[in-house]
Ligand binder design. Structure first.
Ligand code: GLU
Length: 289
């Protein structure tokens, strides 16, 4: 079976040099290994994703000289797949709703931090400080009936106890470890959100479901997602899904040594193209042959 690669951008802005590096690395890896290349549109977040950005993704990637298989999987068209997974985890007793607003969560974190340092996840965000897991079934039902917005969270302690110790296969140049089996540390993320009342999935959940449904064997993506793989590996184990191997690649940084942002036009593929850059120039700029 040929290896299956995928490039999975979110259409919440225009592609920049960092995306070009990741896309081309996937493209080249597929070509060199006789593998397949899929493009996936990660458009779960309806508040930030726009059709205009999606159209630009197709245009910019084609301009770079990439080809990919059709049909392209657009996550917004597969919400029932993610709902099914949430239900499965829920039936395992691993999901609970939490009702705090973002402001309440910030207040709870500030309260905790006034006493002692409060743990943060690998992205630097404070872990969920609430106690919604301890609500009685009656109280939970009352809040749900009242129509409050909620987030569905993974009970990380119970999930880790059920899954046991996990590793993933890394072929990349991750920050803390190189190639080989990396020990997953999902507990570092706390009770992550897997869905919300209005959005039946999260990045973590949909990426895991899609990689499995699409038969992806090799995930090639930025190093910024290295430790997210801990959560992905855990969800794969709980849902009985095959784990691909991972290659987390270096990030393309700006002159100040920072990660590129979608709002920085100076590194946008469209701007570079309109200034006369060729696809070969883009390859050179991101350090690819
Ligand atoms: N959609 C994610 C992003 O644009 C990438 C997901 C992945 O490669 O796992 O950052």
């Amino acid at each position: 079976m040929p290896p299956v690669f995928r490039f999975a951008p979110s259409p919440n802005g225009y592609l920049h040099l960092g995306h070009a590096y990741s896309a081309l690395l996937n493209h080249d890896s597929a070509r060199e290994s006789g593998g397949r290349l899929l493009l996936r549109i990660e458009d779960i977040d309806a508040t930030r994703c726009r059709l205009e950005f999606e159209a630009a993704i197709y245009e910019d990637l084609a301009w770079l000289g990439m080809t990919w298989e059709s049909p392209v999987r657009r996550q917004s068209e597969h919400l029932s797949d993610y709902r099914d997974a949430v239900e499965k985890l829920s039936a395992m007793g691993l999901i609970y709703p939490s009702f705090e607003s973002r402001a309440e969560i910030a207040r709870l974190v500030a309260e905790r931090e006034a006493q002692a340092p409060w743990p943060r996840d690998p992205d630097g965000a404070p872990l969920y400080p609430g106690v919604a897991k301890l609500l009685s079934p009656d109280e939970r039902a009352r809040l749900l009936e009242a129509g409050l917005p909620y987030a569905l969270r993974l009970d990380m302690e119970a999930a880790c106890a059920r899954a046991g110790g996990l590793t993933w296969i890394e072929h990349g140049d991750g920050p803390d470890s190189g190639t080989g089996a990396v020990a997953a540390r999902p507990e570092a993320w706390g009770d992550v959100i897997l869905a919300r009342k209005e959005t039946p999935s999260s990045y973590h959940l949909s990426v895991v479901i899609d990689d499995a449904l699409q038969g992806v064997t090799d995930v090639v993506r930025g190093r910024d997602l290295f430790w997210s793989t801990s959560v992905h590996r855990l969800l794969q184990q709980l849902l009985g899904l095959r784990s691909p191997s991972y290659r987390h690649h270096r990030l393309v940084l700006n002159a100040a040594g920072r990660k590129l942002s979608k709002s920085n036009a100076a590194v946008g593929l469209r701007e570079l193209r309109s200034q006369g850059a060729t696809p070969a120039d883009i390859r050179r700029l991101v350090g690819l042959p």
